[in-house]
Design a protein. Structure first.
Length: 338
């Protein structure tokens, strides 16, 4: 079993354990009251086996970190980030597509019973939005819209320091807003969701389609893929753009336009005072943030749309760890959804 750990500082009493569960990994870290990740570790997730095997992968990661010298002060509580759908009030993982091991699984209860500390569970994007509000790029803002754009598009809404859950706890699925009803079918079953149009796989697919066109000029993309059209990915699009490739630039500008249309709807709906973007695709698109901001008024009814700051997230790959910890920071809890 492969395990990695990283230590930055000693562990103060009362640190929070943040747990980030994905389809391929479990990342855990101790976080202090200021949002600093003191020490962290990760190991593979057992997502395709039994529910108990997957739980064991999570507890193994926690135990591995707990046994380190940097974690000798222990932890006062545990916050867990997981892909949804899930029920944050009940602490139950419902049926995430990339965690087939768990169906209506009472994860928070299981973890609390083993470690004898309070446990909270939330959607990974919700928790990351809260971490950015507490300690990151959105600190000091009241109405926060957060999106993580990578393999998918996750979103979270934080209003006056509290995650907005809606009536049933399912609010904030902004990645599945349709912006083209004739568009490609999304993994969620709907057509033309922004995730199906602008997430990493969609960018890669659009690049492959353009390269397959008889009218397409030679592109650095094919060099990066060693001539294998099927191997072209969104990451390669970013690399080709950085190398000055015009085809890659055009693909990213199309993605920017799609995201601007979507964010225009978000601004008209929520009137946020900040938009925070994280994830690998967002990092690739950072040179275009001003372009998005400048074009936002074209796609907005809100006359002051251009005033909304568009910021890169503070937490990168550690967003889930920080997000788990943020569930306990400042007294924030899922009770605010009631």
């Amino acid at each position: 079993m492969t395990q990695k750990s990283k230590t930055q500082q000693s562990n103060p009493k009362g640190a929070i354990l943040g747990v980030d569960i994905g389809g391929t990994k479990v990342a855990v870290g101790l976080v202090d009251s200021g949002g600093h990740i003191l020490t962290q570790a990760r190991q593979p997730m057992q997502a395709n086996g039994t529910a108990e095997a997957a739980l064991q992968a999570v507890t193994n990661a926690i135990d591995f970190l707990s046994s380190s010298e940097a974690a000798r002060g222990g932890f006062a509580s545990i916050g867990i980030c997981s892909p949804g759908p899930l029920d944050p009030r009940a602490g139950v993982v419902v049926n995430p597509a990339n965690l087939p091991c768990w169906r209506n699984f009472p994860l928070a209860e299981k973890i609390a019973a083993k470690y004898r500390v309070p446990v909270k569970l939330d959607n990974d994007a919700n928790a990351a939005a809260l971490a950015e509000t507490r300690w990151g790029a959105a600190r000091g803002y009241r109405y926060v819209f957060y999106t993580c754009i990578g393999t998918g598009i996750g979103t979270g809404i934080v209003l006056d320091g509290h995650i907005y859950y809606g009536r049933t706890g399912a609010a904030g699925e902004g990645g599945h807003m349709t912006i083209d009803y004739r568009g490609p079918v999304c993994g969620c079953g709907k057509r033309g969701c922004i995730e199906a149009l602008a997430a990493g796989p969609a960018i890669g697919a659009r690049a492959r389609g353009k390269l397959a066109s008889e009218l397409s000029p030679h592109s650095t993309l094919l060099d990066l893929a060693n001539g294998d059209l099927a191997a072209v990915t969104s990451e390669m699009v970013g690399q080709a753009y950085a190398a000055g490739d015009p085809l890659a630039k055009g693909i990213l500008l199309e993605t920017v336009e799609l995201l601007t249309i979507w964010l225009g709807n978000i601004v008209d709906l929520l009137d946020p005072d900040v938009i925070v973007m994280g994830g690998g695709v967002a990092a690739m698109l950072k040179p275009f943030f001003d372009e998005i901001k400048n074009r936002l008024p074209i796609w907005c009814q809100n006359p002051r749309a251009a005033e909304v700051p568009l910021l890169m997230a503070h937490y990168g790959a550690e967003a889930g760890i920080a997000g788990g910890a943020a569930l306990w920071a400042g007294g924030t809890s899922v009770d605010s959804a009631d």
